[in-house]
Design a protein around this ligand. Structure first.
Ligand SMILES: [Fe+2]
Length: 289
């Protein structure tokens, strides 16, 4: 099977994306926003953040959990710079929300803000446990925050003042499902019914990172983003990896707009096609027997 890898879609970010761009985003293209976003991080705060232990207090990326209005990890919230840092994240969320609202023409009630994440570590040299390694191709799935049928949208931003971020994507989730999952047995050990496929997404996330053949042979499209550049992707279907860079920021949203949740490329639609295909094949086998 030959799978065509989508190119990146360029876009200036000042008007709605238009049908061609929307279709590209839906099908797994990242969309690069040519117009740089304003750098909201003051030099003074940048200098102080640079002196934080390992720049983040622990091994997890610092983040603002928007719905709970909490800075994590908790030790970060206790620092003297926490309030100023949080104000910076709030401002960033405002700019990011306005940008994706313009691009996608989405009403606010279709966008549920999830987190603003700050990745202050050099991506190329930070050690992580295998299923937290972002340099491997993966989809985004948050086991502690089920999407429940909503799509995951992310805006990434290179907040560095001097270094580029190198980021990569490959073909989309639907291609992965067709090529690698047709014979895969899913675990059904979860106590809750997996109505929206969240449990399945978490399993595929791990299965994909462990899949050596996929990780070694899959076509890779490399992107370099200069300081100030931003890009967006539906990261539940855009298979991506972070390769190098520091000061990468991102905002994640759950999107409930029906044209995205019911899209041909939505994860649930891909799983349904896989299951239906399997049951058709099984009934064909039974008839043949
Ligand atoms: Fe990711």
């Amino acid at each position: 099977m030959v799978i065509r890898v989508p190119k990146v879609f360029q876009f200036d970010g000042t008007t709605a994306l238009g049908q061609e761009g929307i279709s590209a985003l839906e099908a797994g293209y990242p969309v690069r926003i040519a117009q740089k976003l304003p750098c909201l991080l003051s030099e003074s705060l940048r200098n102080r953040v640079s002196t934080w232990p390992s720049k983040g207090f622990g091994t997890k990326n610092p983040s603002w959990v928007i719905q709970e209005n909490q800075l994590k990890p908790a030790r970060l919230a206790q620092t003297s710079d926490a309030e100023e840092f949080l104000a910076f994240l709030r401002q960033f969320l405002k700019v990011a929300s306005s940008t994706v609202g313009t691009i996608l023409g989405l009403d606010g009630h279709h966008l549920c803000s999830d987190r603003v994440t700050w990745r202050p570590y050099e991506l190329a040299t930070t050690s992580r446990r295998w299923n937290a390694r972002d340099d491997l191709f993966h989809l985004d799935s948050f086991p502690s925050r089920p999407a429940e049928g909503r799509r995951i949208l992310r805006l990434f931003y290179n907040a560095s003042s001097s270094d580029s971020v190198v980021w990569s994507h490959t073909f989309n989730l639907d291609n992965y499902v067709v090529k690698y999952l047709s014979d895969w047995c899913f675990s059904t050990s979860s106590k809750r019914p997996d109505t929206f496929g969240d449990n399945l997404m978490a399993q595929i996330h791990d299965q994909m990172k462990r899949h050596e053949d996929f990780q070694e042979t899959v076509p890779r499209v490399l992107h370099t983003f200069a300081p100030g550049e931003a890009w967006v992707a539906l990261t539940d279907t855009c298979l991506h990896s972070y390769l190098r860079g520091e000061w990468l920021m991102d905002v994640s949203w759950f999107v409930s707009a029906p044209w995205l949740t019911q899209s041909y490329w939505a994860p649930k639609a891909s799983f349904d096609r896989l299951v239906n295909g399997k049951s058709q094949a099984e009934s064909g086998l039974k008839q043949a027997a």
